[in-house]
Design a protein around this ligand. Structure first.
Ligand code: FEO
Length: 411
């Protein structure tokens, strides 16, 4: 990947990370980009680093040379966020440039010490503070706590109108040498929209209220470019990704899109017999249905499609007097991300005793999910024709409800 110019005096450096689990947890089948930005006035700052994963800092350092930027000219390192995918290169960077000044938030200071043993040459900044780089270039700072950690700030270059937003407005997806929205086709933009939803649902979702506050705060700035820590840079239409994020934040408490996510698991194929008819019934009502089998599907993919869905269908058997365990694990994760107010329906098989419903009720209550369920349908062993007819009927009812709710509250 090459270093590129985002605006006059601003360069984007980036490395793609692939074949890893993001945060050690989330599959990223299409990779992710780790972006840094060099901002030049009379003095030079680099905003955000990249992770210390093998080879990644070296990729970044080679881009300094490409652009003819002497690493010794870097005066400031602005750390918007301490998560190591942004700060993890500091130790490597110190080996090639030992005497720079770090600019970061007050809450990040003790983290610098505990993560990397750094405690000197640090300037604390917060709301209303700025850093004059000279030549008319002033960086202004805004606290955006919990987007994604409590210490996070955003940096705004007042000269070019560039918002360095860190995790906010980011997306998954590795990037080629065309990292700007004005270089991409409609299909490529669509790809990054889908990657943004999955990134949002996996990484930022639990903090949707802080996201809304951050959008409100940053909305007062004259933004001309959005330059996030992950994903493409938005300079043709910077407000598109801001508006997308506003919508994603609203999806948390619902309603979302006129879509249904069906999550299913089956031990010996009995519950599975009803899955196809359920999907067909909902599709016949004209709603988009996302289908995921547990435990095979990744939590990341399930979260992303439930996030955009107004309706959810759960299909699983009872297992040892409780719910099929991988379904319980997924629901627990959905609850922790505070996916609330979905319209839902559950069906499934049992052998000699039920129990799935009791655990489902417990999860919904404990995590305050407020999902509104149609009457569940359980069958002993395999579903017969009457069961399938009833399942089709309830799925059609759910799909109609979803369409009605989504149409009444378009987001
Ligand atoms: Fe991209 Fe919260 O780290």
């Amino acid at each position: 990947m090459n270093i590129t110019s985002a605006a006059d005096g601003i360069y984007r450096l980036s490395a793609n990370a692939e074949d890893i689990l993001f945060e050690g947890l989330w599959p990223i089948p299409n990779g992710v980009s780790m972006n840094s930005y060099i901002v030049q006035g009379e003095k030079t700052a680099i905003i955000d680093g990249v992770c210390g994963w093998d080879g990644v800092p070296q990729t970044l350092f080679s881009q300094f040379e490409q652009a003819g930027i002497d690493v010794n000219s870097i005066d400031y390192v602005v750390i918007n966020h301490m998560e190591p995918d942004h700060s993890g290169w500091l130790e490597d960077f110190r080996k090639i440039r030992p005497d720079f000044t770090i600019v970061t938030s007050k809450k990040a200071v003790p983290m610098l010490e505990s993560f990397y043993g750094i405690h000197n040459r640090v300037i604390e900044v917060g709301d209303g503070d700025s850093l004059d780089l000279g030549a008319g270039r002033v960086l202004a700072f805004a606290e955006i706590p919990n987007v994604h950690w409590p210490e996070t700030i955003a940096t705004f270059d007042t000269l070019s109108g560039t918002l360095f937003s860190c995790d906010a407005f980011g997306s998954f997806g590795a990037i080629s040498d065309a990292p700007y929205d004005d270089q991409l086709s409609a299909e490529q933009i669509e790809f990054f929209e889908a990657e943004a939803v999955r990134y949002y649902a996996n990484i930022v979702a639990a903090f949707s209220t802080p996201v809304k506050k951050a959008i409100e705060k940053c909305g007062t700035l004259p933004i001309r470019i959005v330059a996030p820590g992950h994903g493409i840079v938005w300079r043709r239409d910077p407000h598109k990704i801001i508006n997308d994020y506003r919508r994603y934040a609203e999806y948390q408490k619902g309603p979302a899109r006129d879509e249904v996510t069906l999550i299913w698991g089956s031990m010996y194929g009995m519950t599975e017999k009803a899955v196809g008819p359920a999907v067909e019934a909902m599709e016949a009502e004209g709603v988009k249905v996302h289908v995921h089998r547990v435990p095979e599907s990744s939590w990341g993919d399930i979260l992303a499609s439930v996030w955009t869905s107004t309706g959810v269908v759960l299909a699983m058997p009872t297992y040892e007097y409780k719910m099929f365990p991988p379904m319980a694990a997924v629901l627990d994760e959905l609850g922790k991300k505070r996916v609330q107010n979905r319209k839902a329906f559950r069906f499934g098989s049992y052998g000699w005793s039920g129990g799935a419903q009791k655990e489902l009720d417990e999860i919904m209550e404990r995590l305050k999910m407020k999902w509104e369920f149609l009457e569940p349908l359980e069958f002993k062993g395999s579903p017969d024709e009457d069961h399938l007819t009833e399942i089709r009927s309830r799925c059609r009812e759910l799909a109609r409800e979803v369409k009605k709710i989504a149409a009444a509250s378009p987001v």
